[in-house]
Design a protein around this ligand. Structure first.
Ligand SMILES: C[S@@+](CC[C@H](N)C(=O)[O-])C[C@H]1O[C@@H](n2cnc3c(N)ncnc32)[C@H](O)[C@@H]1O
Length: 279
């Protein structure tokens, strides 16, 4: 039954881009949490990026930044701009941007003071973000198509959902300026698709999994080893790669689908990771 329903909805997604929300995966909260709580999520995302980069806020000054997969609110973009980024471009495969995000932007701005507040306010006009400061683009496969344009490229809870990880990594390599850096928090969990055991969504044979989920923004299932392989193939160096969680995979080892059988044990159980890339 699960299989039939999943295949049918995947076919419907041929007609209309379909992004199925499967709960609070990114940690941002559901739509009806208080605007201040959502604003704090975006502030924390930026703090996390800076902590992973080992940089102070002043690092953002004058930077041209690309964010993949912003979701329905360009909150990270607004915080980055207020802290001094020259411009933030947010690119997505699915048109998720909501028109009801005013209270969240207001809460972000109210949490700022001095020059940062002034800069943030200058990007927010008539309830909308000024695209000269924070721009939203929906593109084929969520690809930016940029050439050596960005000093900093980032994402959170996105890379495990991109439909063509090879193309996204090529896009990062091409969009990054010489000397630029790219930082991503990757969520390798099943996003609610497990049936009996952690990560048992890796046991669906690949053709069946694609038939069920390929068009709906569901996980691409690639494990950490694939990111290493594709990053290197794109000409990117991995400066840092650190797991954020781990699970025991002994129970599913024998029934893994073919693309995952050769994944080393120590990487197979990763539930997520931070990755820092450069040329
Ligand atoms: C789980 S949400 C994360 C949203 C946001 N980054 C956050 O932390 O709340 C995943 C986002 O990735 C986007 N996405 C999915 N496939 C993508 C692709 N191929 N390229 C860019 N973004 C993509 C989705 O549309 C959605 O905006």
């Amino acid at each position: 039954m699960l299989f039939v329903r999943a295949v049918l909805s995947n076919q419907l997604a041929r007609l209309q881009p379909l992004y199925l929300k499967v709960g609070n995966r990114s940690g941002r909260g559901y739509p009806n949490v208080a605007p201040e709580a959502t604003a704090e999520y975006f502030r924390q995302c930026v703090r996390d990026y800076l902590a992973q980069l080992g940089q102070p806020e002043s690092f953002l000054k004058g930077k041209q930044i690309l964010e993949y997969g912003p979701g329905d609110t360009l909150g990270v973009g607004l915080v980055l701009y207020a802290l001094g980024a020259k411009k933030v471009v947010c690119v997505d495969r699915f048109p998720l941007r909501s028109k009801k995000t005013g209270p969240v932007y207001r809460a972000i701005l109210d949490g700022l003071s001095g020059a940062q507040r002034e800069r943030g306010e200058s990007a927010y006009r008539d309830g909308e973000l000024d695209p000269a400061a924070v721009e939203y683009r929906v593109t084929h496969d969520g690809i930016s198509g940029a050439r050596a344009e960005f000093d900093l490229i980032l994402s959170r809870s996105v890379l495990a959902l991109v439909n063509r990880l090879d193309r996204t990594l090529d896009d990062i390599a091409s969009a990054l300026r010489p000397g630029g850096v790219s930082i991503h928090k990757v969520d390798l969990s099943s996003h609610g698709l497990d049936r009996y055991r952690p990560l048992d969504f890796l046991t669906w044979p690949d053709p069946l999994y694609r038939l069920m989920y390929s068009r709906k923004g569901r996980p691409n299932r690639w494990r950490a080893d694939k990111y290493q392989e594709l990053a290197r193939r794109s000409g990117l160096q991995i400066l840092k790669m650190e797991p954020t969680g781990h699970t025991d995979v002994a129970a599913i080892r024998e029934s893994l689908a073919s693309p995952f059988r050769a994944v080393p044990d120590e990487l197979l159980g990763w539930l997520g990771f931070w990755i820092l890339l450069s040329h």
